[in-house]
Design a protein around this ligand. Structure first.
Ligand code: ZN
Length: 338
């Protein structure tokens, strides 16, 4: 399932190449005809992600108030972008890192883009110049050669968003619905904090996470997956964050010190930012050169414990354990995580 970094990258793609344009909105598959008709012809005014939720704002008209398209990809959902789009929606911080990312097998192989000259070194929000391409963005991102524009919708396209220069097709989402602004505010209040969401300050987000986690007797491994405690973490980041903090996933939230909870949050802020920048859940940080390139290219070189059951811990040598927590696979090191 796409974790929070993927949804933020999709939001940036919309922000770069769709916001500010009027869109023809249709449901080629037919399952979203009423919602699509409500949005059709309006200008897209905003694109945000909160956790795993994408929120696309559509301008109001004389006869109809503004509306928001809410999408949750779930396990199988994906967006296909085509036309003049940003194939590298975020720019890595350094020239070396850009080179490494392009070698990624599942990422941006062989793709040129802005940023190599250093002009975009500052901002995570800066993007490559739009170019003709096709890009699938779900759990992974994959590129294809551009085809005729707009391409025929293929398969079960729930919603198609078409501007003069770009198109986005959504397939297989868990949620695809039209919301009123008040409903979006209610959704944001139900969700836990997301450090990359624009809804609150970093300090407030951190305080909210610490408060919610510390008052719960549920295991911290469960709390990190609870979208009302922190929005955007999935199975990979859960396992890796707890390993990095050397915390046993079974410890109740109420038994963690506020220092431990703050450190967990700050590590999440850091890992999420790397994920948004690289498009990969790169949880072994501090890698340089060939090691970083290998980690970006291969999942086996990217993680401490995720999918490493039965293998020796990279830090202490103990055998990584796989167990089940609330029906989801949980990976941990019995030597490091106490
Ligand atoms: Zn270990």
């Amino acid at each position: 399932m796409p974790e929070g970094h993927s949804v933020h990258r999709i939001a940036r793609q919309f922000g770069a190449n769709f916001v500010g344009s009027a869109a023809a909105v249709t449901s080629p598959q037919g399952r979203f005809e009423v919602g699509a008709a409500e949005l059709d012809g309006r200008e897209i005014t905003s694109s945000e992600a909160i956790g795993k939720h994408l929120l696309l704002g559509f301008d109001g008209t004389a006869s109809a108030p503004e509306r928001v398209l809410h999408v949750h990809l779930g396990i199988y959902g994906a967006w296909d972008f085509a036309g003049a789009i940003s194939v590298d929606p975020t720019i890595l911080a350094s020239r070396a890192a850009v080179g490494a990312a392009r070698m990624g097998q599942t990422g941006m192989r062989g793709v040129g883009g802005a940023g190599t000259d250093g002009e975009n070194e500052e901002s995570i929000a800066s993007i490559g110049a739009p170019r003709l391409a096709r890009l699938r963005a779900g759990e992974q991102e994959t590129l294809a050669e551009p085809a005729a524009f707009p391409p025929e919708p293929v398969g079960q396209v729930r919603v198609r968003i078409l501007t003069e220069t770009a198109v986005a097709d959504l397939r297989g989402p868990t949620v695809c619905e039209v919301l009123e602004p008040a409903q979006v505010r209610a959704l944001a209040q139900r969700l836990g904090p997301d450090p990359e969401a624009p809804t609150e300050s970093r300090a407030k987000a951190e305080a909210r996470f610490v408060e919610r986690a510390s008052r719960s007797n549920q295991p911290i491994g469960q709390l990190l997956m609870d979208q009302s405690v922190v929005a955007g973490i999935g199975n990979v980041y859960r396992a890796e964050l707890l390993f990095r903090a050397r915390i046993d996933p079974h410890r109740p939230g109420s038994r963690l010190t506020s220092d431990e909870l703050r450190a967990l949050w700050r590590d999440w802020v850091k890992l999420l930012r790397i994920g948004v920048e690289t498009g990969q859940m790169l949880t072994i940080d501090g890698l340089r050169g060939a090691k970083r390139a290998a980690a970006l290219a291969n999942r086996a070189d990217r993680h401490w414990v995720y999918k490493r059951e039965g293998l020796p811990c990279r830090r202490c040598g103990a055998t990584i354990v796989l167990e089940t927590m609330q029906g989801r696979k949980l990976y941990r090191c019995p030597g490091c995580q106490l």
